[in-house]
Design a protein around this ligand. Structure first.
Ligand code: AMP
Ligand code: GLY
Length: 423
């Protein structure tokens, strides 16, 4: 089979490395891919959101299957366009992708179907939102979220009414996130450990993957600005079997049932961002796709052929498939550019990798998130540059192995957190 993966980050590299193990695949393509991905798949210079170019490429090259990995092509209907042309794919259609692309849709869905989530109000009028945060009916901190996609930056935790008003001004009046800020959700601040659970679902049944823990802040001790994710461990130590059972019953199954009943069954990878609050697990967010960097820690633990699972999702026969996981722990440490998530340099030479972008003399896997390959060498091309993942029978060994490999890789200004797995 000829398979095309849409996207070009660490998540896509992890998907591609997992797909590469499938005997059924004769040729793997990535659009646009990146430097490291180019060593594992044929990269085609098409933007991940360019639906006409992707559908044309897939038709002309007789692609059998397309994996649409990032949120934005899903939100604008890439799966719908490919399916219209008779091309099979993995990922939700536009209507189902609203579970991520509209927080208002997701919150209203949870309210209607009794799925636990923070109490909230929705506003489409900045003046009314501003009055609300100054009223006596609110207590702080409060969480303010832009309705639409906002590069992972659309969530503001306001400590008082001045900060809340500033957030409303920035999102709704100054339109910091463009049309994504036409509406906002203002919700209750919850506390507790956070857990990411990615799950395969064909709209009828659901198969949760091994749980994981992201580390969103840029610096150690969970300080500094929020990032796309600085590291992951899997499984998440807070996510016990008992909690998993509660989540399955109160969150996972009700969510796929709700999507079916709303006429938009979700097929693909559904990501549950959960908070284990004192009163039980609660949904912080849904994503309509594999998480990044979570995928870089989760997929290395998968034993079953990924393509086989993806096709079972597409053909709606997931419940017949047994999915096997390694009884192991994994740790992913993200090597970022100095200055990320703010201003950083690119085009810096990376040392410590072999010609295929792998680590030298190490079992750790290197996922490329933001690299370019030129004349046999790798250069930085993004904020998050590499994800170094190691698996072992216990978390401590996995972390040691990932850090040992990370230390041997360098580029000017390289920055990574030394405390992944400690929180
Ligand atoms: P999101 O972009 O929705 O993943 O939110 C980013 C981060 O904001 C989450 O990982 C949480 O740490 C935090 N957050 C979002 N919603 C809430 C909430 N209701 N209460 C507390 N923290 C939240
Ligand atoms: N790691 C969070 C996300 O993929 O959105």
């Amino acid at each position: 089979m000829k398979v095309l993966v849409i996207g070009g980050g660490g998540r896509e590299h992890a998907i591609i490395k997992a797909l590469k193990k499938s005997d059924k695949i004769t040729q793997l393509y990535a659009a646009p891919g990146n430097g490291g991905i180019s060593r594992d798949a044929r990269c085609v210079p098409i933007k991940a959101t360019d639906i006409p170019a992707v559908t044309e490429f897939a038709a002309q090259n007789e692609i059998d299957y397309v994996v649409v990995a990032p949120d934005d092509p899903l939100a604008i209907g890439m799966v719908d366009a490919l399916e219209e042309k008779g091309i099979r794919c993995f990922g939700p259609d536009k209507a189902a992708a609203r579970i991520e692309s509209s927080k208002v849709f997701a919150k209203d869905l949870m309210k209607k179907y009794g799925i636990p989530t923070a109490a909230y109000e929705i506003f489409s009028d900045a003046d009314k939102a501003a009055d609300y945060v100054k009223s006596n009916s609110v207590s702080f901190p409060l969480v303010i979220k832009a309705d639409g996609l906002a590069f992972g930056k659309g969530v503001i935790i306001a400590a008082n009414s001045d900060e809340a008003s500033a957030a409303i001004d920035s999102i709704m009046r100054e339109k910091r996130f463009g049309l994504s800020g036409l509406k906002i959700v203002i919700e209750e601040f919850l506390t507790g450990p956070e857990v990411s659970v990615l799950a395969f679902t064909d709209g009828k049944s659901i198969a949760p993957m091994v749980s994981s823990m992201d580390h969103k802040r840029a610096f150690e001790n969970n300080e500094g600005p929020n990032t796309g994710g600085m590291g992951v461990i899997a499984p998440n130590p807070h996510y016990t079997d008992e909690i998993a059972r509660v989540c399955e019953k109160t969150i996972f199954l009700p969510t796929i049932k709700a999507m079916r009943e709303e006429g938009c069954p979700f097929k693909g990878c559904l990501y549950f961002g959960l908070m284990l609050t004192p009163s039980g697990p609660s949904v912080i967010e849904y994503n309509s796709r594999f998480g990044d960097p979570e995928t870089q820690a989760v997929l290395p633990l998968l034993e079953t052929d990924l393509l086989e699972i993806m096709e079972a999702v597409t053909d709606e026969r997931l419940s017949n498939l047994e999915i096997r996981w390694k009884n192991a722990h994994s740790a992913c440490v993200v090597l970022a550019s100095g200055g990320y998530p703010d201003v950083y340099k690119t085009g810096l030479a990376i040392s410590g990798l072999d010609g295929n972008g792998n680590a030298k003399n190490s079992d750790a896997v290197i996922y490329h998130a933001g690299t370019e390959y030129r004349d046999g060498a790798f250069y930085t091309l993004g904020g998050r540059v590499l994800g170094v993942t190691a698996a072992a029978s216990d978390l401590k060994s996995a972390l040691e192995s990932a850090y040992k490999t990370a230390e041997k890789i360098s580029f000017e200004g390289v920055h990574y957190r030394r405390d992944i797995g400690k929180y």
